[in-house]
Design a protein around this ligand. Sequence first.
Ligand SMILES: Cc1ncc(C[n+]2csc(CCOP(=O)(O)OP(=O)(O)O)c2C)c(N)n1
Length: 970
Amino acid sequence: MANEDGNMQSPWKTYYGPNFGYVQEQFEIYSADPEAVDAEFRTLFKDWGPPPMDVGTDHNHGLASSGTGSSASSGVVDLQLLQKAVTAGKLVQNIRRFGHLVADIDPLQLDVKTEESLLTPSKLGLSEQDLRAIPASIIWENADSQTMTGLDAIQRLRDIYTGPLAYEFNHIQDEEERNWLYQSIESGAQAAQLTSDERKSLLARLVEVEQFEQFLHKNFVGQKWFSIEGNDVLVPMLDKIIEIMAEAGSSHILMGMAHRGRLNVLAHVLGKPYGKIFSKFHQANNKDLVPSESSSGVNYGWTGDVKYHLGATRYVKKGEVVQAKITMANNPSHLEYVNPVVQGFARAAQDDRGQAGYPKQDVTKAATIIMHGDAAFPGEGIVAESLNLKSLKGYQNGGTIHIIVNNRIGFTTNSDASRSTMYSSDLAKGYEIPIIHVNADNPDACMAAIRLASEYRNKFNKDFLIDLIGYRRYGHNETDDPETTQPLVYSKVKNHPTVCELYAEVLVQSGAGEKELLTNLRNAAQNQLKQAYDEVKQGTVSHEEVHDKVDAGSTELQRPERLTNAQTAVPIEKLREINAELLKWPEGFKVYPKLQRILQRRQNALNEGEKVDWSLAETLAFATILADGKPIRMSGQDSQRATFAHRNLVLHDSETGDSYNVLHRLPQAKASFALYNSPLSEESVVGFEYGYNVYAPETLVIWEAQFGDFANCAQVLFDQFVSSGRSKWSQNSSLVMLLPHASEGQGPEHTSARLERFLQMCADDNWIVANLSSSAQYFHLLRRQAALTETDDARPLVLMSPKSLIRNPRVASPAKEFSEGSFHSVLEEPILGAAPDKVERILLCSGKIAIDLEEAIDKEKGEDWSWLHILRVEQLYPFPEQEIRRFLARFRNVKEIVWTQEEPKNMGAWTYMEPRLRDLLPAGVKLDYAGRPERSSPATGFQHVHVVEQQQILSKVLKQSSKKNIPLGR
Ligand SMILES: Cc1ncc(C[n+]2csc(CCOP(=O)(O)OP(=O)(O)O)c2C)c(N)n1
């Protein structure tokens, strides 16, 4: 050892932990009285001066033994101290990981929280003295300069992790993200105090929220609207996200939420005038909705919806410039089903579809905020299916901010009966979504949560979840008495001050606000509400100001002419040029040889005498639609290749595995073509594609089911959105749904898309339902659908798509039908009907059975079939009444019409067709049914039974009453 001028090591480096503290203590004594310390210390202090204060920063030496002699200078570790430091390090991790268990996140303090042993130093064998002896930076890498000792560090970390904000980040696998999250909260950046002015405006906003609810309670007794009270802070939280996101460049802000607090959010976040909201309570006459003399009793095609389901749009301006468009999606009662729809909105807003190739996505362009219920989030499977979209190439939207509006109850059901997880939010952990639980009675903490969530979303472009834990001040709705089922909770709620009262008190205590502030704010808010109310009552506001615009589109009962007039043929030269381009792939790209041979066969398909099959018809439709400048987006399970291996629009190099999208290099294409294999989900994907289409109505959006049978997994989306969205909310779409459907002996679950259910929902000109029998029909129908996008005539298209027919040569069409034809709602069987007067029986049918019939007849060419004719109803809805009438009029001697289908009698189109056909039946003509009998399951599981059943149907309709059996199926 030598002094600082010498070469020897500083003696201080051999003292650490409690020993170093002892040395410092000795120095203090020495400073007061040198004689009061041992001679050894006297010498030391004389030679080296005072020991430094910040020994703790010297991590490597902080734990070396203070032993004497050679062991001291050789840096031997004090094992006991080392053990303590390691335990203290674990304690830090425990606080980060389990701090939420004891955090102050429950406004009503319903659960008694017991101290966790993992978080208690003494239970881990650490005394305060031990912690004081450990330098903070050894156990906590984010310790600031104020935090000196381990004890300080633990105290600080407990404050951070067990206060009104609780964090769950440990499930984030990415190290950079995890570290960023911990660092962000431990640095206190987001928790930084609001200024006094900011806190006052926050209180003013909370008062508006509170008083709006109070006003409704007072003036609309007996009505329901699902008050926000108990989670009032949601409104200023949304204000804050919108502000941050708009500043960060989001010009679209897409929101989805259920009933709870929706009116308040509509009023305050979406700027829906109070008067409009009050008028819904008044049930005031909206003349568009009321039966009138000029209407047939009801407004055609418009049912409207209850007040707490309606969406809204607002433009946020900075000066005169529109900074962002905020959209609250229309929402059905079905909880959480709006989630994928909003995700689809966001992606549509982020995609630039103006050039060939995949759309160019800019995630800064749109921000997504989805609110959930605490019972619905863990309970409804659609939540998991929608979260699963978050990182998938075709669906991700750069991160959604989720807020669980947690009132700790679902209707009358407590959390312990509605989920098996500790928190409502636990599902999100599996998707590596960071989670904050925050006390809704602490507005400052709620703002900190928003800041962190938004910063994370914008930095990592991933989802974030805030579990906003409040309570529900009243029953499930305002007409419910919650005390019958939750007496204890509600005895607490009754005496619990409102968040305004709590926060006003905080402001008064901190000197940020004067005592009368709350009363003044409440009075001002009440005055504003009263004024709006009086204006509505006195009728001094215009109809437009009070009522939502009803846009039910066309009021005509049918629009068949506009549909049939759609120009969908494409000149043959153009088709040939495009077809040639489709067979060019990049230099050196090695297409799988078997597939190459299949594709090469398409080369001559447009020549005289050749035919275009289903698959090429689809590709040509897509290519020509792109050439017309319409973007296309398609997704479904395995849709790139297609379930039946017919599409193959994404090719894979057989040597490198590189992929190449055939329509991306098409020189004629003027718009984007997105084709994605979807995850194995129906409801989230249908919801997403529907949302995409609603928000990007110029795009031809297609969803393809693996088999139509699985479409019913998305039943809610068909019922609540696709079929009825226009009628309830004036929300139109042109979504195409391809649903493989046909009886082919593949068993009960690879047969039926449940055509009957789609037909049952047909009304008010709500969508198109079709089942086709030729590739040219498919080409024209797709092109018509594309042409109608964005027009008043746009409607969703439900297409029973083919399976075996894809490769059936009878379905392939000659080039002429593409270059000259158009879509026909009804087709005549080409090999029959040459002598109309001889026809006695007409079979009406749709889809594959038409081809089965043609094959059966063709096999018996020698027979006299002049007594028979077949009409294929290609478009089932809108019902082609005029076309069918026109056809029937040609056959004057017809005696019977037989609706022929392969589905059971209680399924397929029969129950839909029967009354409609009866209405147009010529006098004296009988209507009959041929098909399977009523069944509870759509199809047999045995192939041989299927064959027999199919033959029975054909035999029945192809046997002329007076003649022998036709030996079918040889
Ligand atoms: C899919 C679905 N099932 C059932 C209901 C009926 N329902 C309406 S609100 C509600 C309770 C929802 O609880 P929670 O998610 O906690 O939201 P809160 O109403 O408490 O805000 C139920 C069961 C519904 N609307 N949707």
